[in-house]
Design a protein around this ligand. Structure first.
Ligand SMILES: *[C@@H]1O[C@H](CO)[C@@H](O)[C@H](O)[C@H]1NC(C)=O
Length: 471
């Protein structure tokens, strides 16, 4: 009953497709043609920055890129305008209703995966022109790796797996690593992920894991994330323009409606006259940005606790500047924590939440004084992209420590690493003790981020990957 029809049609159609592909290749593959890459993301491409950067790098290096991904947020405008990139966007699979019995859930989940596989296979081996390379993002591993391996065989393309993390380790966060389902998922991921032309890894620690523990076949290449050039520190005038568009009166930041005719004051800037350039206020608060998915694995309570400790210290007679925290992101625990924030009688600390457009988030990073990352990794082998973006804007960070964080944040060079709320509070005091008049430590860390930014995504990509993409 369950999608038998699709399965049967699929079984008959596949050999035919195989034949069709062979013919297609004979006709369309001549030596002068551009090399082609199919880029597969089982997710919202607009929310997959790394895959978008891959697409741009490929396109700029003379590859024709076909992006197969789920319909969602708009991709970056540079991708949309790039003539070498074609989009093939598919409707995302429907969510399985949460309140059904276990058996019904399994049946529905199975049905969903079969549908996903057949739809994707149709796109990958019929609709999209035959590629030389297939670049896929993992996780999600189910059914990505299966689909990628099958279509690579049909299309005789070379597979490149871009390992952002391990799918099974994310699953283990909810189910525990001993769960049978997690173990099956691990087996599946290792079986189908072990054979690839190139394995791209986000950290050296992950590359080591693939080499030593998994023993994968194929070349292993570490490609650290770097922010592209449009992430930058803003001049005061642009900071003024951005902050004047935002309303900080409520806990949740709102966009100010309409045109407020040359506002003269923002949270941290002043415009002394109609024609004068904006300047920082001499008694301004420090602006601190954190983004969180408001989930269990990013423990917001640490930041909340550190803010309370700072507030007590600042109110208790020590001369400390006011801190304004802006926390961006959406997620399940947000309600809970906004209630917690409201309950506190803050004196020298303000905490705001915000849900900003992507382009404004980038500008906010370029306006802030410090970033905070609460991310800890499910596998201990991946790094938070949001720190990469912060560094792109010359923003030093305080980052929660975990296994391979030092591949990105170097303590006392481009940021500070903390383990608990007390330490984080001490770091705030250390960095902002005499702010804004002077902040030598913050300035030193900022220079560290500039150093880090000397190699941007393009340079990194060209060095690590470009020469390896010969068909
Ligand atoms: C926080 O971390 C520091 C340094 O590791 C440690 O000395 C301190 O006891 C910790 N505090 C708490 C409350 O766990």
């Amino acid at each position: 009953m369950v999608d038998i029809n699709i399965a049967v049609v699929f079984a008959c159609v596949v050999p035919f497709l195989f034949f069709l592909t062979a013919i297609w290749r004979l006709i369309f593959r001549d030596a002068g043609e551009m090399p082609r890459v199919t880029l597969l993301v089982l997710g919202d491409i607009g929310r997959s920055p790394r895959m978008q950067y891959h697409a741009l790098s490929l396109a700029r290096n003379g590859f024709a890129v076909d992006i197969v991904a789920y319909e969602g947020t708009d991709p970056h405008s540079e991708l949309v305008m790039e003539p070498n990139i074609a989009f093939h966007l598919i409707d995302p699979p429907q969510k399985i209703p949460a309140r059904v019995s276990k058996l019904v859930y399994l049946v529905l989940a199975f049905q969903r995966v079969i549908r996903q596989i057949s739809t994707l296979m149709l796109w990958l081996i019929v609709v999209v022109p035959p590629p030389d390379f297939m670049l896929v993002q993992n996780p999600p591993a189910v059914p990505t790796l299966l689909v990628a391996q099958l279509s690579r065989v049909f299309r005789r393309a070379k597979l490149i797996i871009d390992w952002h993390n391990f799918g099974y380790s994310i699953m283990a966060l909810n189910l525990g690593s001993r769960s049978k389902i997690v173990q099956v998922a691990k087996w599946y991921e290792q079986l189908l992920g072990s054979r690839s032309h190139i394995h791209l890894c986000v950290t050296s620690a992950m590359a080591e894991e693939l080499r030593k523990v998994w023993g994968v076949k194929g070349e292993i290449v570490t490609l650290h994330d770097r922010a592209p050039k449009h992430f930058r520190r803003l001049p005061v005038s642009e900071i003024h323009d951005l902050l004047c568009r935002l309303d900080f009166t409520d806990l949740e930041i709102q966009y100010l409606a309409g045109d407020k005719n040359f506002p003269t004051k923002s949270l941290i800037t002043n415009k002394p006259g109609a024609k004068a350039a904006p300047v920082f206020k001499s008694d301004r608060p420090a602006l601190i940005i954190s983004s969180t998915s408001w989930t269990e694995d990013e423990d917001f309570s640490i930041l909340l606790e550190a803010a309370k400790l700072y507030d007590a210290e600042a109110a208790g007679g020590k001369k400390l500047p006011e801190l304004v925290f802006v926390i961006t992101g959406q997620g399940p625990m947000k309600e809970h924590y906004t209630e917690e924030i409201r309950k506190v009688a803050w004196k020298r600390v303000r905490i705001h939440t915000a849900w900003l457009e992507a382009s404004d988030y980038q500008l906010l990073l370029g306006s802030a004084d410090l970033g905070v990352s609460l991310h800890t990794s499910s596998s201990g082998l991946d790094l938070p992209m949001k720190i990469v973006d912060m560094f792109g804007c010359e923003l030093p960070v305080c980052a929660m420590g975990f296994k391979c964080i030092d591949e990105l944040v170097q303590h006392d060079r481009n940021g500070l690493i903390f383990g608990n709320a007390t330490e984080l509070c001490q770091q705030f005091v250390e960095l902002f003790g005499s702010f804004p008049a002077s902040a030598p430590k913050l300035e030193a860390l900022k220079r560290g981020t500039q150093e880090f930014q000397k190699s941007r995504w393009d340079d990194n990509w060209n060095t690590a990957l470009k020469a390896k993409l010969k068909r």
